[in-house]
Structure formats: C-alpha cells, structure tokens
Write a protein that binds this ligand. Structure first.
Ligand code: COA
Length: 292
C-alpha cells in the first residue's frame, strides 16, 4: 500500500456508491457502511449490487489498506430485506430470481473471504440472519457489547440459507450453532465474544476507537505478507496436513518473491545483525528494500 504521505492525498479517491453504501476514508482505513438505517440496513438487491462494486473498487484503491464493514445508524444489518430480497422476487421465473439475488452471495462470502486486504466487521447494533455471512467472512470482528445478534430465520419459517448456516458452523461450535439456529434466541455482543463469533466486545462508545486501533495495527504490517497469511488461514482449514504443509511452503515462497519490502531478509538482518528489534515483542522497521 502507498506510504502515509501519499495516502493523505488519496483520502478523497472516488469509490462508486449509489447511496445504499457509504464509504469514508481515514488514514488508510475505508469505513464501509451499509446505508439503509431506516430499514435497519436490511440488504436489498440494490445494496448488494453496490457493495459488490464498492469492495471491488477498494481492492485496487491505494487509499484503502483495511476495510471496516459496518452499518449506518443503530444497526449493523437486520439481514436480507424480507420484502425486496424475498417477497418481491418470489414470483419471478427462477433464473431471474437467481440473477437478482446473486450479488448477495457474491459479496457476502465469495468476495469477502478472498479479499486481498484485511477486513474487520464492526457490529454496532442489530445483526440478524443474512448479516452473519459477511460478519463471519470478514477476517476479524469487533462488536458493541450492546449489539443484538439473532438467527431469526426459524421465527418466520425458513432455515438460515444464503450460506448463513455454513458460516455459522465455521465460526461457532456445534452446540452453540444448533442452539441459536433452532431457537432463534437473541444474544448480545458479550456473548458473541465469549462464543468466539467476534474477537471482542467493547462498550458502544468505544467501538469506533477500538476498531480504529486494531485497523492501525494491521496497517503497520507488511501488506504482502498479511495478504498471504490471511488467505492461508482460510485455505488450510479444509486441507489434510501433508497438503497444507506443501501449500504453506509454496505460499511462503510466493510471499518472499512478491514482497517489495523483502520483509524476511530485512527482519533477519534487523534481528541478527543490527540487533535493532525483537520480533517477539514489536514489528520490524518497514520500507522498500532500498529505503531501509
Ligand atoms: N427486511 C425488510 N425490512 C426490514 C427488515 C428486514 N430484514 N428489518 C427491518 N425492516 C424494516 C421494517 O419493516 C421497518 O420498515 P417501515 O418503517 O417501513 O415499517 C423498519 O425497517 C424499521 O423496523 P422496525 O421493526 O420498526 O425496527 P425495530 O428497531 O423496532 O426492530 C429489528 C428492529 C431488527 C429487531 C426488527 O426490524 C426485525 O426483527 N427485523 C427482521 C430481522 C430478521 O428476521 N432478519 C432476518 C432476515 S433473513
């Protein structure tokens, strides 16, 4: 990503948005908010189409080093829009239903899970049903203690589809997943943190500050290595040990080859020769190879 002085000038770089998605830049952080607060940020096809485009643009926008996904107002998202995503489309021929709904799963898990930049879900309020998928597809998640989560599908006669169930079993243990899928009971941010659904929960007034703090930690890391590391975490989950070992070796070589900072050799030099840092305790000095 671009050095800090350049990012300063890029803060205003354009990201397409039709109004259902709001984007703000702040020193390398792109705050990306679902923006239908009057509808509790329920995700309709228009929002899904826009989010797909916004995230696509941010992938190559140097003003963005970390994406924070959140919601405007008091909600993260009340899930899929029960009118515009479900009822309004139900009578269309099946192929048209799929066509209009496709952008939902494209951004909610396909795009986010493979995203080349770090992503943090900041759960500021209501988080229901379909909102679990992008929540879990983000790399990290921080919730307000007061946020309310629920797999409410059972309460109105459907199962958690749209890969919600798949997401839930990836992030929650089996008993918790079963319990909340089967009862539809709500739980708060503290409970979400205790179950490991989010990394931590903080009082709502500290949510943005804590998220910013975490984003800055990520921004301080070597982006090539960070990208490779997060892709590898997801990829090895489904691999046998032998395959994972080989895959991780190949990814390590790939990161070394692609890294303009040559982090590995710089890290070894700074620790072994210069004795200028301790990698167990703090990050190394960064820059492109010639600048260090
Ligand atoms: N789809 C469509 N519209 C939704 C919505 C959803 N998932 N969630 C909220 N809305 C709309 C409401 O219909 C209402 O619209 P209106 O002002 O035109 O009547 C508006 O958002 C405000 O909702 P309201 O229920 O009055 O807000 P609240 O703060 O009292 O309650 C929730 C918030 C989230 C608890 C409640 O809206 C709710 O249960 N939503 C559905 C959650 C859900 O089951 N999601 C899973 C979908 S798969």
């Amino acid at each position: 990503m671009a050095p800090a002085k350049d990012r300063e000038q890029m803060k205003t770089s354009a990201v397409s948005s039709g109004g259902n998605v709001h984007v703000e830049f702040e020193d390398g952080i792109a705050w990306v908010a679902m923006n239908r607060p009057d509808k509790r940020n329920a995700m309709n096809p228009a929002l899904n189409d826009e989010m797909l485009k916004v995230l696509d643009d941010l992938e190559v926008d140097d003003a963005c080093g970390v994406v924070v996904l959140t919601g405007m107002g008091d909600s993260f998202s009340a899930g899929m829009d029960l009118k515009e995503f479900f009822r309004d489309l139900d009578d269309l021929p099946y192929t048209q239903q799929v066509h209009k709904r496709r952008s939902a799963w494209q951004w909610q898990w396909r795009q986010l899970m493979a995203y080349p930049k770090p992503t943090i879900a900041m759960v500021n309020g209501w988080c229901f049903g379909g909102a679990f998928t992008p929540l879990i597809a983000c790399d990290l998640a921080i919730a307000a203690e007061e946020a309310v989560f629920g797999l409410s599908e059972i309460n109105w006669g459907i199962i958690p589809g749209g890969n919600v169930t798949r997401s839930v079993v990836a992030a929650m243990n089996l008993r918790d997943a079963m319990y909340y899928v089967m009862t539809g009971e709500t739980f708060d941010g503290r409970k979400a943190a205790a179950m490991g659904l989010v990394n931590e929960a903080v009082p709502k007034e500290r949510l943005r500050a804590r998220t910013r703090e975490l984003a800055k930690v990520l921004l301080s890391k070597n982006p090539t290595v960070l990208r490779t590391a997060k892709v590898a975490v997801r990829a090895v989950q489904g691999m046998p040990w032998e395959l994972a070992d080989d895959y991780l070796m190949a990814k390590s070589h790939q990161a070394r080859y692609l890294d303009p900072e040559q982090g590995r050799s710089q890290g070894l030099k700074q620790f072994l020769d210069e004795k200028s840092f301790k990698p167990g305790l703090a990050p190394m000095r960064r820059g492109t190879e010639g600048e260090i």
